[in-house]
Design a protein around this ligand. Structure first.
Ligand code: SF4
Length: 211
């Protein structure tokens, strides 16, 4: 095991311990394939499953593997009209599992997320029976302030480029704290406690994943 891998394991143990005091469950997987197996093992056949936009879920192959499973997939990409999107989101509220990554996670176990329309953070806070959060080691930060800085200066700039948004960070790579209709930073949510014990499960992966 390399020193970096040992560090990943050690810091994950600390985070998992701190998640516990916040009524969240934590797991460490050393690779994407291990994380994929872990996520699949948490979702019984017949469950209804949806997810928020996430490069991590794509990179780990979790979304692809889910589609091979005997589960009911609720994919917002399937909505062809405003009415269908409304109906689909109504179904996500009542689904069994909602999958997402997090924009940052503090060593003290808080999840830090910035969202635009807010559907992803809404379902993190309320609705789906269980939420599975998959996060690479690049998402770890020392505290909430560092988490917000990470999102606005490291995660959002490449995301705005990906989404072809005309924002200051897309042009300069640095957050300009914009207030334009093009912003992807409308909602800031810090999850410091899960009122329902064990509803939020965090899978830490010993790799760099997503933005
Ligand atoms: S607030 Fe605006 S400039 Fe800053 S990261 Fe978000 S979209 Fe980019």
């Amino acid at each position: 095991m390399t020193p970096k891998q040992m560090y990943f394991e050690n810091v994950s143990k600390t985070i998992i311990k701190n998640l516990k005091k916040r009524q969240m469950e934590g797991y460490y997987c050393s690779s994407s394939s291990e994380a994929r197996q872990k996520v699949l093992s948490l979702i019984p056949d017949g469950s209804s499953v949806s997810w928020g936009g996430s490069e991590t879920l794509k990179e780990t192959g979790i979304l692809g593997a889910l589609k091979e499973r005997d589960v009911k997939i609720i994919d917002r990409a399937d909505a062809q009209s405003k009415e269908q999107r409304k109906e689909l989101y109504a179904n996500v509220v009542g689904c069994d599992f909602f999958l997402m990554s997090t924009n940052a996670i503090t060593v003290d176990g808080e999840l830090v997320n910035i969202d635009n329309t807010g559907n992803r953070v809404a379902f993190l806070c309320f609705g789906p029976e269980q939420v599975i959060v998959v996060a690479g080691m690049n998402k770890i930060v020392v505290d909430e302030e560092a988490g917000l800085k990470r999102v606005q200066n490291i995660a959002s700039p490449p995301n705005t480029v990906r989404l072809n948004r005309k924002t200051p960070c897309a042009a300069t790579g640095v957050c300009g704290n914009c207030l334009t209709p093009e912003t992807i930073c409308a909602q800031k949510v810090v999850t410091r406690f899960s009122p329902v014990p064990g509803r939020i499960k965090v899978i830490l992966v010993g790799e760099e994943l997503g933005f």
